[in-house]
Write a protein that binds this ligand. Structure first.
Ligand code: ADP
Ligand code: MG
Ligand code: MG
Ligand code: MG
Length: 418
């Protein structure tokens, strides 16, 4: 097929297309005319259809040549579907069972068919409803430790690593969205910014004057742009995680590229912290959500601690990369020095994570893309109160990231602000 053959597949055309694919047709079962097709895309960028037949269901995602949230005035390359497919394939190898199974990909149509996640729901919705997820810590930390470690120089030889960077380097339009919307716009006047007004007008103005913050966000932006440490998911918020009580699946890696590991880990932590700060605004009776709030902060602690433990374990047992050559760390003395260096590496990664978590928080409160954690708080006064607490912690995390030595320093500060 030619590049010019791209067309947006709405219901009828999608039905015909899927009916032409032997394996998909068999999986759905029955007559194509009887398949139900529902568009469920609630994301900002793409079309997602759920298709169900007599014997099974699938999810079909198609990229649009523009940003869905904004419209045709904001073009965005279809190639993001290629990078999403590539990332999903790699994540499936490295973290089996933690991403939806791939069923079909059409490069020309920028279309991917995958396993239907059912009865999974978007984790963010569950958090708004104060649901606790007992599998989450173990699953998300396995996902992050394995996808980040095995795509880094600690695991790959130099040539493989550089080839892998090259394979994702073309996804720069998606990186640019992050560079603008997360690392730039919330700190200046930008047409697409919004916030809870007038309550947060003063805070928004203070962010635009805060040179310490501008230095800190610019350092983080540079780190994001210039540190190809590992293959990132690139958009790892709680809206990119689907859950049940017993399962966790990471979806939507279209922002994937080689970047700094702390960006993914920080995304997870930031979104849990925002769920915590938003929780007060969803309360109908005082204390009603206390157990949930306790669980969220415990989860923040455990996500970092378990991620760190798993990552270090992989480094000790699976280091096959060109970084830290074993020949330089011979004997007992070498082993001890290398172990100390691993600890120093994790401390540096923690500092990055703290800064990126702060950036991910501020953009959700002052930038273009908000989240339902805060948006579903109907009373703007309560919403602003929750948001202001999150921003207060985030500002400190960004300008004094290294002052937070452990994750308990973060959750301790969050608890005091509640
Ligand atoms: P976008 O890139 O536009 O954000 P997503 O990949 O996040 O698109 O998908 C949008 C929505 O579609 C998700 O929030 C989820 O509700 C639904 N969805 C996506 N993939 C699946 C799947 N494999 N099974 C069930 N629902 C899905
Ligand atoms: Mg999404
Ligand atoms: Mg995001
Ligand atoms: Mg997406």
């Amino acid at each position: 097929e030619q590049a010019g053959d791209y067309r947006i597949l709405q219901e009828a055309a999608l039905r015909d297309y899927l009916a032409s694919l032997r394996d998909i047709k068999a999986r759905l079962g029955g007559e194509p005319a009887s398949w139900s097709i529902t568009e469920v895309g609630d994301g900002n960028l793409n079309l997602v259809f759920i298709v169900k037949g007599a014997s099974g269901g699938i999810a079909v995602k198609q990229a649009l040549p523009y940003v869905r949230l904004v419209g045709e005035s904001w073009p965005l390359p279809l190639s993001r579907a290629h990078y999403e497919y590539l990332a999903l394939s790699r994540q499936a190898q490295l973290a089996p069972g933690l991403v939806p199974a791939l069923l079909h990909h059409n490069e020309t149509l920028a279309l991917t068919a995958m396993e239907l996640l059912e009865p999974h729901i978007i984790m963010r919705k569950g958090l708004v409803a104060a649901t606790r997820y007992p599998r989450f810590v173990d699953d998300i930390t396995t996902f992050m430790a394995r996808t980040l470690f095995f795509t880094s120089d600690l695991a790959l030889v130099a040539a493989e690593k550089k080839e892998a960077i090259a394979a994702f380097a073309g996804n720069h339009a998606l990186c640019k969205i992050t560079e603008d919307l997360i690392f730039t716009d919330p700190y200046r006047i930008a047409e697409q910014n919004r916030w809870t007004t007038p309550h947060l007008d003063g805070l928004a103005a203070s962010l635009r004057e805060d040179m310490e913050l501008h230095v800190a966000i610019s350092r983080l932006k540079l780190k994001f742009m210039a540190s190809p440490e590992a293959l990132l998911h690139g958009d790892l918020h709680t809206g990119s995680i689907m859950v049940t009580a017993s399962e966790t699946r990471v979806i939507d890696p279209e922002f994937a590229f080689y970047g700094p590991m702390g960006f993914d880990v920080g995304a997870v932590l930031a979104n849990l912290l925002m769920a915590y700060f938003a929780s007060a605004g969803h309360e109908r009776a005082p204390g009603e959500r206390r157990e949930f709030e306790t669980w969220v902060l415990e989860t923040v602690d455990q996500v970092w601690n378990e991620f760190s433990r798993k990552f270090l374990d992989l480094w000790r047992s699976e280091a096959g990369g060109d970084a830290y050559p074993v020949s330089l760390f011979a004997g007992e003395k070498g082993a001890m020095r290398l172990e100390a260096e691993r600890q120093a590496y994790m401390q540096r990664l923690f500092t990055d994570t703290v800064g990126f978590a702060a950036a991910k928080t501020i953009r959700r409160i002052f930038g273009l893309a908000h989240n339902i954690d805060f948006e579903l708080i109907e009373d703007p006064r309560k919403r602003a109160m929750s948001e202001a607490r999150a921003v207060r912690l985030a500002r400190g995390m960004m300008v004094e990231a290294a002052a937070f030595r452990t994750i308990a320093d973060i959750t301790g500060s969050a608890r005091k602000l509640r």
